[in-house]
Write a protein of this length. Structure first.
Lengths: 270, 435
């Protein structure tokens, strides 16, 4: 049976303000989905809601992983169930070395039943695996000794997120603008990396503005978000159209969503 | 089984009885009497005194405590700092009485003295007299320093003769039972070129124990000597903790002084380091974790009296519940202390919105060719950090603990003794509550 992350009629509010107004999306393991849309249309909100961010209130609809209700789990439960997000702006944790952070994280995700204080993955085994993955991602091993995202450049943060993706090997991964802030070569490396670390075994949702990230990770589906809804779904050609021509055609075709988008951005501007 | 004595408080009668029981040299009795008359004249500090503005001791009643030494049989709390360490000597005291004292022959044969100050001053009074008379802690500073100078008992001493380098840590544990009074005095003397590591910890018999600790610590590090001194304060959370602490670091000498402050209901500690000879160096590390309604106030003082000296102070505090910390730091540079390099920093991590940390750095510089820097930060564990760690499989509780241990990492990196790092890390980890 193929594994599925299924989102049905999802409504999400932040501080009482409705952002997502009925999102439907089904991702099967092994598929790549691109999520595109203008700034402020709710793309990152979808990612955060799937991960269980406490500030994002689900006011309606469902998120299910293989039929199980994801909404009952906190972020810890969701990550241990195999859902991952590479953040657009990951948080710094000063004083905690990347390697220690990841050893703990990897142990927890691979042994979802683990209780605090129980054994971690043996150091040697973990080191070996981490070094292999870092080699694959062409990262300096010194990186593992730095504090988590502390003083990292934009590019370093994104690569650190991909390293975490590689180590945690989730079933479903959301990549939130993993390409933004990267130069062309870095985007190329990132997209190759995702393919190399076994992207084909995951269900991936790529939130992006770039075509480069999609070049090596050709989407099976492209979704367009506007005003908190997925208004159109197509293949790779839709992604190409959007980064070449922008969103004018979409706005014209879906006046109701466009109006909602305008209202949302106006509120933000105030 | 405990012998109940009438609570006599700190009266002239009680003091006379205390003196009569002790067989001490006259010079020491004179020092005590002198300090006692100061104690008698002075009143307890109040919030009108600048130093006490932020520390309210109106609920503290000195009369509730007693000068009489009681003899209690207690179960010793676990010594944290000595775990897994090959020790050169150990000393344990309970309610001011020495209950155990060992020093490896290798060191005693070289003239090292270690153990109860009571016992050693009785036997080696002439040898220790000059150090007493240096009065590192001023007995006239306030009522607490006078009380300690007049009435100290038990206590501990380490004397390391010229050139003797002790390469195994020494450990002392000072235990107080519930409601007890501890008037300990610590005296550490490293003669020229000597080296030693002393791990000192104080603890109550139970976590919730009350009591009074009014103590003093004097560290004398002579020319070219090197002392690593660790002081872990782990009193029960009902204990009143008043302490005056002072180090003299002579030319080319080096002091690493680490303080762990975990216990007590209210603490008011004056920790002073004076660099009295050229090229002296001092590193001061403070690790504080507070909870409940604890109030911990540390006044630190780095006094540069000679040229080319370095001092480097880092205090880090994590606070939860309704607890409060006050750190007042002063770097004082005398006119002649050119080319001073002095640094002080205090970082606070708030684990609850109801906690409060005051951070008051200060500089008093009379020399004109110095480098003095200070800084302080306050931050909180933020929800975004917690969420991020949770999306990586951490439970909320694990995430909080990780963030707290990361916060202390910088000060742990400076503490060169592994057992101390581990003991502090573990003690803090156990205290961190879910937030």
């Amino acid at each position: 049976m193929s594994e599925t992350l299924k989102i049905t009629d999802l409504h999400v509010a932040i501080e009482g303000k409705l952002i997502l107004r009925g999102v439907n999306l089904t991702i099967n393991r092994g598929e790549i989905h691109a999520l595109m849309g203008p700034n402020g249309s709710g793309k990152s909100t979808l990612g955060n809601a799937i991960m269980g961010h406490p500030s994002y209130e689900v006011t309606g609809g469902a998120i299910e992983l293989n039929g199980e209700n994801v909404l009952e789990w906190d972020a810890t439960g969701r990550s241990r169930a195999g859902i991952f997000m590479a953040f657009q702006r990951p948080m710094a944790i000063p004083g905690v070395k990347m390697a220690d952070f990841l050893r703990h994280a990897t142990t927890n995700v691979r042994n979802p039943e683990r209780k605090e204080g129980e054994e971690l993955i043996p150091m040697r085994q973990f080191r070996k695996e981490l070094t292999e993955k870092m080699d694959q991602l062409r990262m300096d091993t010194e990186f593992a000794r730095r504090y988590v995202n502390d003083g990292f450049s934009g590019g370093e943060m994104k690569r650190a997120e991909i390293l975490q993706l590689a180590m945690l090997r989730p079933k479903f991964a959301i990549l939130d603008e993993t390409d933004s802030g990267l130069d062309v070569d870095a985007v190329k490396l990132a997209s190759e990396s995702i393919a190399e670390i076994g992207g084909e075994q995951m269900g991936i949702l790529i939130i992006t503005h770039h075509d480069k990230l999609l070049e090596r990770n050709t989407p099976d589906f492209t979704h367009v978000m506007l005003g908190g809804k997925l208004v159109e779904t197509g293949g790779v050609e839709l992604a190409r159209e959007l980064y070449t021509d922008g969103y004018d055609r979409i706005r014209t075709s879906y006046p109701e969503a466009a109006a909602a988008e305008e209202a949302m951005t106006e509120v933000e501007a105030v | 089984m405990s012998v109940m004595l009438t609570n006599t408080g700190f009266t002239q009668e009680a003091f006379d009885a205390f003196l009569a029981e002790r067989s001490e040299p006259d010079w020491l009795a004179d020092l005590r009497k002198n300090a006692w008359s100061r104690f008698d004249e002075m009143s307890l500090p109040t919030s009108r005194d600048e130093e006490w503005m932020r520390t309210d001791i109106r609920l503290f009643k000195l009369d509730k405590f007693s000068l009489a030494v009681e003899s209690n049989e207690v179960e010793l709390p676990r010594a944290l700092l000595a775990e897994g360490v090959e020790l050169g000597g150990r000393s344990v005291s309970v309610d001011r009485r020495s209950v155990e004292c060992q020093l490896s022959e290798k060191w005693s044969n070289q003239g090292v003295l270690f153990g109860s100050l009571d016992a050693i001053v009785a036997e080696h009074g002439d040898q220790l007299r000059p150090y007493f008379e240096r009065h590192l802690v001023d007995p006239h500073f306030d009522k607490f320093s006078a009380l300690n100078a007049a009435c100290w008992s038990g206590g501990s001493v380490l004397f390391v003769p010229k050139g003797v380098q002790i390469d195994e840590p020494l450990h002392s544990l000072s235990v107080m039972s519930d409601g007890g009074t501890d008037l300990g005095k610590t005296l550490v003397i490293l003669e020229e070129g000597a080296e030693a590591t002393l791990l000192a910890e104080s603890a109550s018999t139970t976590v919730d124990a009350g009591g009074l600790h009014c103590g003093s610590i004097e560290l004398i590090v002579e020319k070219g000597a090197r002392l690593r001194y660790v002081n872990l304060q782990n009193w029960g959370n009902g204990v009143w903790h008043f302490a005056h602490q002072m180090a003299h670091v002579a030319a080319n000498a080096n002091l690493q002084w680490t303080i762990g402050a975990l216990g007590s209901r209210l603490a008011k500690v004056n920790q002073r380091v004076a660099l009295i000879g050229q090229d002296a160096e001092a590193q001061v590390n403070g690790v504080m974790f507070t909870q409940g309604k604890q109030h911990l106030c540390y006044n630190t003082h780095q006094h540069h009296q000679a040229e080319f000296c370095q001092s480097d102070l880092l205090y880090k505090a994590a606070l939860q519940d309704r607890s409060r910390t006050v750190w007042r730091g002063m770097i004082q540079v005398d006119e002649g202390a050119q080319r001073t390099n002095a640094y002080q920093r205090n970082d606070n991590l708030m684990l609850a919105t109801t906690a409060r940390a005051d951070s008051i750095p200060g500089l008093e510089i009379e020399a004109d060719d110095v480098r003095c820097t200070h800084g302080s930060t306050s931050g909180r564990v933020d929800d975004q950090q917690l969420f991020y760690a949770m999306t990586r499989g951490y439970t909320r509780q694990e995430a909080v603990r990780m963030i707290v241990s990361g916060f202390f990492q910088k000060v742990f990196d400076r503490i060169t003794i592994e057992s101390v790092r581990e003991a502090l890390g573990e003690a803090i980890g156990r205290r961190v509550r879910d937030i």
